[in-house]
Design a protein around this ligand. Structure first.
Ligand code: GTP
Ligand code: GTP
Ligand code: MG
Ligand code: MG
Lengths: 292, 276
């Protein structure tokens, strides 16, 4: 665990008597390694360690009676500040409906999250309509239809053979017509390097007039998080992040990487297979988890 | 930097370490592979760093060879297991199509009775692959479906049975117990089965992979691994630690969302892919 590792580093630093920038730098190598083991992306880890080092070689640590503990505290603080402090809520737009478009890699948990979000908003007295523009995955639309029923949300199904763009536009028309507060539009999983599919995503955004595009990412993602996050953010624009399957024991370094790469807030954590498995993001908890 | 021969300078070593880390090898495996590559280069001055590393990876991943190929047992029963969303159902369809094309009478069993539209999804794949499907009767649990599936296979003389199971996080004790039960049901109906347990891993998987493999191994002995979504930018380096520490081989890789998008695992191609 990074915390144990940091405690070890702390003991060693304090036990070394004379504290120098050199021995601090060496212990920071351990910190970098521990971050990599937690799936923090290489450049993000290097960046975080550089911030810690800048503070650690200052008087704050060199003069401290427990320099080791000081360094540990600095790591924790920098981690939390990078993850973002203020709890961010899903921005409702003044227009009705607020349109939320879900995007991400294959299997990241988008469809399940659509159901969870519908239930979450429903519990806050919002009327939610779900629709799926996923014409690629077998039975994807059936999957969402079933979840809509379980979430007690509205569901609209386009005529058989409708193209994604038509589905997006049709869903918006339907949600407006029936006065829903939110339209949550599910999309097919796609690779960020699949040009036609990224173009499709841009089309979905335009046709649905999406107010929020949420990037849904698997919490056990490794080094890919930055590359994927940057590509989606750069290509179609991302307004918020969702990390799923955080009910597992993956350390979740992807959270830090994604936040650094996109600068966008993490809104939700998926914490279970059922529709009640959804939590608002809590930076302190995730920092603690990455730290181990 | 990756093509440099002779002595390795710090910049070269760093660039190389970065490539391994970016591929999800993790710091421990990256360090081990680097040290080993340096030894290899000292023994053979004609070798450059990149090739020394590729050789090391190919050797590690090729140490235990595994094919996802039916043995002599009839029916030959395989289970696809793994955490949520990695590509089990899709892979089951692809593999079934391959066996059917080879002229083997193949049966798919839809043992995911939990997730919304899981059976419908596998139904589409079964029809694309041209194979029969056994699905749950109303309210049945996975063990019951597997029981029905194997009974049908025995009765109809199927050569191959591919059981698609529900995604499950290895941290869920009850779901891992369910998997153990499925294994026992197989053995009762077809002694010696399941003959192959395929643990499916997503190429984007980070350092949690080793823990996943360890836990699944405790529920049902894993025969081989599959790495899916290698058509993306992810390299699947998480399998390096699993190969090193658990000696589990990779048999199959997924390369897309179509019926034919899979290949037998090739250690050399995998090794090259890490540094491309
Ligand atoms: N344990 C757990 N499982 C989850 C969570 N979110 C989603 N899942 C599961 O992950 C798997 C994939 O979820 P989907 O919602 O189908 O993922 P998707 O992104 O829509 O997949 P594609 O449409 O194929 O790209 C399913 O088995 C879900 O039940 C979560 O927070 N925790
Ligand atoms: N690009 C790519 N996508 C894949 C590959 N294999 C599967 N997928 C996609 O990944 C998503 C999830 O695949 P599934 O087969 O539903 O995964 P699963 O493991 O059965 O999911 P659960 O049963 O919910 O745990 C789907 O959108 C598939 O099309 C692959 O090799 N490459
Ligand atoms: Mg989906
Ligand atoms: Mg499945």
């Amino acid at each position: 665990a990074l915390t144990d590792r940091l405690q070890g580093i702390a003991k060693r630093l304090t036990g070394q008597g004379k504290l120098t920038p050199e021995n601090i730098r060496e212990s920071l190598r351990d910190v970098r390694r521990a971050l990599l083991e937690a799936d923090v992306e290489v450049a993000v880890a290097r960046d975080l360690v550089a911030r810690v080092e800048a503070r650690a070689v200052g008087d704050e640590v060199l003069r401290s009676l427990t320099p080791g503990q000081q360094v540990v505290g600095i790591v924790r603080e920098e981690l939390e500040s990078l993850l973002g402090h203020a709890p961010v809520t899903l921005a409702g737009s003044p227009h009705v409906p607020t349109v939320v478009l879900l995007a991400g890699l294959q299997g990241s948990g988008k469809t399940t999250f659509a159901g969870k979000l519908a239930r979450w908003l429903g519990g806050r007295d919002k009327r939610v309509m779900l629709a799926s523009a996923d014409v690629h995955r077998p039975a994807a639309i059936d999957q969402l239809a079933r979840l809509a029923g379980m979430a007690e949300a509205g569901f609209w199904r386009a005529p058989e053979g409708a193209a994604p763009e038509a589905i997006a536009g049709g869903a918006l028309d339907e949600a407006r017509r029936r006065g829903f507060d939110f339209l949550v539009l599910d999309s097919a999983g796609r690779l960020q390097i699949d040009e036609p599919m990224m173009a499709e995503l841009e089309t979905l955004r335009r046709a649905s007039r999406a107010h929020q595009v949420l990037l849904v990412m698997d919490g056990m993602t490794g080094q890919e998080a930055v590359r994927v996050g940057r590509a989606f953010a750069g290509r179609v624009g991302v307004d918020g992040l969702v990390l799923t399957k955080m009910d597992g024991d993956a350390r979740g370094g992807a959270a830090l990487s994604l936040r650094q790469a996109t600068g966008k807030p993490i809104l939700f954590l998926g914490v279970g297979e059922k529709l009640d498995g959804l939590e608002a993001f809590d930076a302190a908890r995730i920092a603690g988890r990455i730290l181990g | 930097a990756l093509g440099r021969r002779g002595a390795i300078d710090e910049a070269t070593r760093a660039a190389l370490e970065e490539a391994l880390l970016a591929a999800d090898a993790g710091p421990a495996a990256a360090e081990r592979l680097m040290d080993e590559a340096e030894r290899r280069m000292r023994a053979d001055p004609a070798l450059d760093l990149r090739h020394a590393l590729e050789r090391g990876v190919a050797q590690l991943m090729g140490a235990t060879r595994a094919r996802f190929t039916p043995g002599a047992e009839r029916p030959w029963v395989a289970l696809l297991v793994g955490v949520n969303g990695v590509g089990k159902t899709t892979l089951a369809g692809k593999l079934a199509a391959g066996f059917a094309r080879d002229g083997r009478s193949t049966l798919l069993v839809a043992a995911d009775t939990f997730r919304a539209a899981a059976t419908e999804q596998l139904e589409v794949w079964a029809s694309r692959a041209g194979v029969e499907l056994v699905r749950a009767r109303d309210g049945a649990d996975p063990a019951a479906v597997v029981h029905d599936g194997l009974s049908a296979a025995l009765a109809r003389g199927h050569e191959v049975v591919l059981v698609d199971t529900a995604g499950r996080l290895h941290t869920k004790r009850n779901l891992m117990a369910e998997l153990e039960k499925v294994g026992r049901v197989c053995a009762r109906l077809v002694p010696g089965s399941p003959h192959h347990v395929l643990l499916v891993l997503d190429a984007t998987l980070g350092q949690n992979g080793l823990q996943q493999a360890r836990e699944f191994q405790r529920a049902t002995p894993i025969t081989s691994l599959a790495i899916t979504k290698l058509d993306g930018t992810a390299r699947g380096g998480a399998v390096l630690a699993i190969a090193d520490q658990l000696k589990l081989p990779v048999s199959v890789v997924g390369l897309g969302e179509g019926l034919d998008d899979w290949q037998p695992f090739d250690p050399e191609a995998f090794a090259r892919g890490l540094f491309e």
